[in-house]
Design a protein. Structure first.
Length: 80
């Protein structure tokens, strides 16, 4: 590990310890699980966007070799 990684790990450990001391184990764990769940939801929603929509909001387009059709019925999901 580099020194910058160690300093981040130390500050993260200190922050988690401070949260544990202030709010307790269950509240800290519940908040962490909630953050993970929200990030997963956001990634899932972004994964369903087309390349045009990704470009419009400033995200990089997918690097897939097969191009999806211009129109896909809403009841069908694309699996890339």
């Amino acid at each position: 590990m580099t020194s910058s990684q160690l300093s981040v790990a130390d500050s993260l450990t200190a922050t988690v310890d401070e949260l544990y001391q202030k709010f307790g184990a269950w509240r800290t764990a519940r908040a962490l699980l909630f953050v993970i769940w929200r990030q997963r939801q956001t990634r899932k929603q972004v994964a369903e966007l087309s390349d045009y929509q990704l470009r419009d909001i400033g995200l990089p387009e997918r690097q897939s070799s097969s191009r999806s059709p211009y129109f896909m019925p809403p009841h069908l999901r694309r699996f890339d």
